[in-house]
Design a protein around this ligand. Structure first.
Ligand code: BGO
Length: 270
């Protein structure tokens, strides 16, 4: 069985370091089709049947930068078996913004909670069990630079494929937003079930690239626009800001429950 793992994370989260540790000398470098963004792939050390694709470092799955477009096109069209989301634990709040989007794609996600050496050195602590349960995916502590946790994250990712472990985002957003997303989903009969939530959110945000790929007829487009406008009125904000705020509220809650700082004894969001 061929297994495809994809590595996704923010710039400077340690993605290159992790990729090198996972693949060793079996790497091949090229370009993503049609663009000058570097594409790196390799086989997982000791496993010819497992490929690891290093996706460009990004902060979000919006369509605003070339790197974001390359990453989301790959994730939506190539559908890797598992996304290894590398999260800089010393900057966890900012890094989780991308995580909230990755777990909506319908692809199983495992988090490599990297830079744990820095967190420990600072005397801070992260409750990874709680983090895993609040995010709905497995979390493995790593220090890519020291080689800690690398083998474990790779083994768990492969095991997720073999055991067909899925990731279901367990959280829900504000009631009005959820109602809008559910009604938009009802219009997306051509989208595969596991990708519906991601598409519903992107369409709610009026992401024209996501919309264009679906070729929805004009009457569906009008019906969807009415749903979005109605929610904007209810929540007195524009659609994109509604989603961004909901993501940050959700992340603040996760941080409050999972991260403790030595200096204050409080979480970053207190
Ligand atoms: C420099 N722990 C610590 N402490 N550092 C790490 C870890 C970890 O677990 N993982 C990676 N780093 P990239 P992207 C550097 O390059 O893999 C470090 O962008 C320096 N360089 O060594 O490049 C890693 O691919 C001079 O640090 O990240 C690198 O995601 C002084 O995090 C940086 C100090 O890792 C980014 C660090 C000339």
């Amino acid at each position: 069985m061929k297994i495809k793992l994809a590595l996704a994370g923010n710039p400077n989260s340690g993605k290159t370091t992790l990729f090198n540790a996972l693949t060793g000398s079996s790497q091949y470098v090229g370009n993503w089709p049609g663009v000058t963004v570097e594409k790196k792939e390799g086989n997982l050390k000791g496993s010819k049947d497992v490929t690891v694709t290093d996706l460009p470092g990004i902060y979000s799955l919006s369509p605003y930068t070339l790197e974001e477009v390359v990453t989301r096109d790959y994730l939506l069209n190539e559908q890797p078996d598992v996304i290894i989301n590398i999260v800089d634990a010393s900057n966890i709040e900012r890094n989780l913004y991308l995580t909230t989007q990755l777990i909506e794609l319908g692809i199983p996600v495992i988090i490599a909670l990297n830079m744990m050496d820095i967190v420990l050195k600072n005397g801070d602590s992260i409750d990874t069990k709680k983090l895993a349960s609040m995010l709905g995916c497995q979390v493995v502590e790593t220090s890519a630079i020291k080689g800690d946790g690398i083998k474990e994250v790779a083994e768990k990712a492969v095991e997720m494929v073999k055991l067909r472990i899925k990731t279901q985002p367990p959280h829900s957003y504000h009631e009005s937003l959820e109602k809008a997303l559910s009604t938009i989903s009802d219009h997306l009969s051509i989208v595969e079930t596991q990708q519906k939530r991601w598409y519903a959110i992107k369409i709610f945000e009026r992401d024209s690239k996501a919309m264009a790929g679906l070729s929805l007829g004009i009457s569906k487009q009008n019906a969807i626009e009415a749903i979005i406008a109605n929610c904007e009125q209810e929540l007195d904000d524009d659609a994109e800001s509604i989603v961004t705020n909901e993501r940050y509220n959700y992340i603040s809650n996760v941080i409050r429950h999972c991260v403790k700082h030595k200096k204050t004894g409080l979480s970053t969001s207190d």
